[in-house]
Design a protein around this ligand. Structure first.
Ligand code: AMP
Length: 401
């Protein structure tokens, strides 16, 4: 299939050529005709599948055929990083079509707020917003959304995990009832179904399987006690030449500590977390993208939406709580059919989580032997052999904070 078959406006196909997209991805093949056909849509697809362009392309096409375009489309996204990335993709794809967009997100300084406010007052075709900041702007009455034609929720599951349900409902109350609504989500837990039934009308559904990591990822694991993890991490980072590395930890405090320790060990590393100022976060991502920064440490907030080319290694310093998060995390490497390595640290208490990850991906992950100087790690059956009371199995859909 080619993009030609969608009969998109040539100003948009020019944008596609400039971006180097030669053929549609599966989510684009399935979604674009439905969106062009004015259907509401529930799409199950994770970052990396091309889901952003799947909704941007038909929306741009439709905007070009609309007379009064101001505030035509609202895209809601969970994080400022994702909002900015969506804005950048629109800027690229709409380059020849002169369609305007603005990202509205919290955390910036007063100047950012004023700039966002001004752009809203002047009117823009597409608004990409995080829910909290949009509510603040809506409450100030800086924009009227009564002509809005399209509402898109991107990474809806993550927005609900972050506690945005009430904000979403509030925002939707500002919008006209007559509109096209598209909901994109990496997972489809019942709360997403409930939200969809509340805000969509007769939606079509498309789904792209998310549970298989890209073939190009070499997946490995170490069974390791917590006390051995830092030594192991340093030995991995120092022994091989990984150009661009992401390290995931389950808690913000751990992320800060890891960043600090790696820097002290002379490694080119930075911690990325929500306590940083917006400007610092952007600076860190910019340095990481341009390869001036080699190692980025973060929580699962980095596992979605962050689209950086050429990451050669992902380390799960802590085993992810949710098997699907594992797929998201390691999906940061081996993007666009390149290769990469993903190494997961599994401690004595995480054996069950590790088993459920292997079950989800449908194959075993190679277990490596710890470097001799670190001593012996836990054995594979350790957790299952302990006399502790039986732990509740890990609950799907529950995400670490
Ligand atoms: P997404 O799933 O929207 O985060 O997209 C992942 C990456 O794929 C982004 O870097 C997009 O620019 C890129 N992309 C999206 N659609 C295509 C396509 N049809 N061909 C090549 N790259 C694409």
């Amino acid at each position: 299939m080619t993009f030609k078959e969608f009969h998109l406006n040539t100003l948009i196909t020019d944008g596609l050529d400039a971006m180097g997209y030669s053929k549609p991805t599966p989510i684009q093949e399935q979604s674009i005709p439905l969106i062009l056909g004015n259907h509401d849509l529930v799409a199950c697809a994770q970052t990396g599948t091309g889901k952003t362009a799947a909704y941007i392309l038909p929306i741009l096409h439709k905007i070009l055929t609309t007379e009064n375009r101001h505030f035509n489309t609202l895209i809601l996204a969970p994080t400022r990083e994702l909002a900015l990335q969506i804005d950048q993709q629109i800027a690229g794809l709409a380059y020849f079509a002169s369609i305007s967009s603005i990202a509205v997100y919290g955390g910036g300084d007063g100047a950012t707020w004023d700039q966002q406010k001004r752009a809203m007052e002047e009117g823009t075709d597409i608004i990409i917003a995080t829910p909290g900041r949009l509510i603040a702007q809506l409450a100030m009455g800086t924009m009227k959304l009564d002509h809005l034609k399209h509402l898109i929720l991107d990474e809806a599951d993550r927005m609900l995990d972050m506690g945005f349900y009430d904000d979403l409902v509030k925002i939707i109350n500002y919008l006209p009832k007559e509109r096209q609504t598209l909901l994109f989500s990496a997972t489809m837990p019942p709360k997403i179904r409930t939200l969809a039934s509340r805000i969509l009308s007769n939606p079509k559904e498309v789904s792209i399987s998310i549970s298989k990591p890209a073939e190009g990822i070499l997946q490995q694991a170490y069974l390791v006690y917590d006390t051995q993890k830092m030594g192991l991490l340093k030995s991995i980072l120092k022994s091989a030449s990984f150009s661009s590395v992401i390290i995931f930890s389950n808690s913000k405090d751990n992320v800060k500590r890891l960043g600090h320790e790696l820097k002290r060990a002379g490694l080119n590393a930075e911690a990325f977390h929500s306590d940083l100022e917006q400007q610092e976060r952007e600076q860190i991502l910019l340095k990481f993208r341009s390869k001036q920064l080699a190692i980025l440490v973060g929580t699962d907030i980095l596992s979605r939406g962050i689209d950086v080319e050429g990451i050669s290694l992902v380390v799960n310093y802590d085993t992810p709580h949710d098997a699907e998060d594992y797929v998201h995390r390691i999906g940061r490497t081996a993007r666009a059919e390149t290769t990469g390595t993903a190494i997961t640290f599994v401690n004595d208490k995480d054996m069950r989580k590790f088993a459920s990850i292997q079950k989800l991906i449908g194959k075993g992950i190679t277990q490596l032997t710890l470097p001799a100087e670190l001593g012996a790690g836990p054995s594979a059956n350790q957790e299952l052999r302990t006399d502790r009371p039986h732990k509740k199995p890990f609950k799907k859909g529950k995400k670490p904070k």
